[in-house]
Design a protein around this ligand. Structure first.
Ligand SMILES: C[S@@+](CC[C@H](N)C(=O)[O-])C[C@H]1O[C@@H](n2cnc3c(N)ncnc32)[C@H](O)[C@@H]1O
Length: 411
């Protein structure tokens, strides 16, 4: 028989009965989308996987705990037949045919009256990929096509013409992660791909800027002339000025925008100017940079807390807001950002207030980038080590026993 291709359609199942026969792996994979579609789901099966059982316990599906019986498809708009009982599958799909119920069969695509596409979602659209003929295409190929389309839409490599796209208006404050371009979020990457103007810090995934199309204006935040303003005010003014011209502006920041990133100052300035602003979290260097060199910020039986602290002013500086004496009494992990210059005084204060001088310390410079470097010391030796090893910012400094729990580096 000549194969006609399937006719693609989107079923609106909200409040409509869908019957699923069989509670195994196929049901487990397909049920979440049926639940998301709001279908009134009845599962017919003597047993179910723990995940399917959890859906029944949560009231997301009604579970009839027995094998299929003729008449089970009464009132159904849609059926998924996927039990391990071949005879029950055949009888259920025959009932579906008799009552004109569209029926997917996991065990026999030829007997099915409907096929399930591989689906994914991006930017408010659903991508559904169907094979033209289930016999000449490996289902993994169909899933791979779906994955390629969805990934391309997410990361901006599949470019949708601007006028068709729902662009995020105003400014997106995007946490770019610690430096490795792969460590930005999917949403951050998509917003970057949509941007007309990108105002970027020195820290963060600089490599991503090189990928931007030539029409995108990339502004180095450190080079914005600020004249009579403070540098931050000049950045705020630049964000407002470009967004007010109707451009899609991305403010790309290192790590997470709200971890020593002055992100909220920018959010406030934009709110005052009436410019819409969206904030995209990022992977903070405070956790990811230690992790990149095999240091966990917590470890069972070793550290039950970690404290992230800025070391940009010395403990004896009157501007310091940090209670170093209290931090010295903690037994867990201390993660110090912006602390290279002042680490000598910080280590002195920690020891003076009771932290043992032999406490291990690791300094990780330019973590997650090609220039990543780790230097080890103790509270007693760290000031000298920073000098002799010429450790420079940006670096994350980790203080505590977690520094020693990972396996020795193999290389
Ligand atoms: C102004 S703070 C910004 C922190 C950022 N918002 C975050 O969540 O990671 C800058 C400090 O973060 C740390 N830092 C950021 N990226 C780093 C990296 N790739 N390697 C080492 N330290 C980094 C350094 O301590 C640097 O001085």
């Amino acid at each position: 028989m000549a194969e006609h291709p399937a006719y693609p359609v989107g079923l609106r199942l909200s409040g409509r009965r869908a019957v699923v026969v069989g509670g195994g792996q196929v049901a487990q994979r397909r049920l979440p989308a049926l639940i998301a579609a709001g279908a009134d789901i009845v599962l017919i099966s003597p047993e179910a996987t723990p995940s399917v059982e959890a859906m029944a316990d949560a009231g997301e599906i009604a579970w009839v705990r027995r094998g299929y019986q003729d008449g089970d498809l009464a009132g159904a708009w849609y059926a998924l037949v996927a039990s391990s009982d071949a005879d029950a599958n055949t009888r259920a799909s025959a009932e579906a045919e008799r009552h004109r119920v569209w029926c997917v069969r996991s065990d026999d695509a030829d007997e099915a009256t409907a096929w399930t596409p591989a689906t994914g979602h991006s930017e408010g659209v659903t991508v559904a990929v169907l094979t033209r003929n289930p016999h000449d295409r490996d289902p993994r190929h169909v899933a791979a096509v779906r994955d390629a389309i969805v990934a391309g839409l997410h990361d901006g490599t599949l470019v949708v013409p601007q006028h068709d796209r729902a662009r995020t208006p105003g400014v997106a404050l995007v946490g770019g992660g610690p430096g490795d371009p792969d460590l930005i979020t999917v949403r951050g990457r998509r917003l970057l791909a949509e941007a007309d103007v990108v105002i970027a810090d020195r820290l963060g995934p600089r490599d991503l800027l090189a990928e931007l199309p030539s029409h995108v204006e990339v502004i180095d935040a450190a080079k914005i002339p600020y004249g009579r303003y403070m540098a931050q005010e000049a950045i705020n003014a630049a964000l407002i000025e470009h967004a007010a011209q109707g451009k899609a502006v991305v403010r790309l920041k290192g790590g997470d925008p709200f971890v020593f990133g002055r992100g909220m100052e920018e959010v406030q300035a934009l709110a005052e100017a009436g410019i819409p602003c969206t904030v995209v979290p990022g992977i903070s260097s405070s956790i990811s940079v230690p992790g990149a060199v095999g240091i966990p910020v917590t470890h069972r039986g070793v550290a039950h807390e970690f404290t992230v602290v800025s070391g940009h002013v010395a403990p004896d500086d009157e501007r310091s807001l940090v209670d170093w004496a209290a931090l010295a009494r903690l037994t867990g992990t201390l993660v110090i950002l912006m602390g290279v210059d002042k680490i000598g005084k910080i280590a002195e204060a920690l020891v003076a207030h009771g932290r043992p001088p032999q406490t291990p310390v690791a300094l990780v410079q330019e973590g997650t980038t090609a220039a990543q470097r780790r230097v080890d010391a103790t509270l007693a030796t760290v000031a000298e080590t920073v000098r002799t090893e010429d450790v420079r910012p940006p670096a994350v400094i980790i203080v505590g026993e977690v520094v020693r729990v990972g396996p020795e580096p193999t290389a």
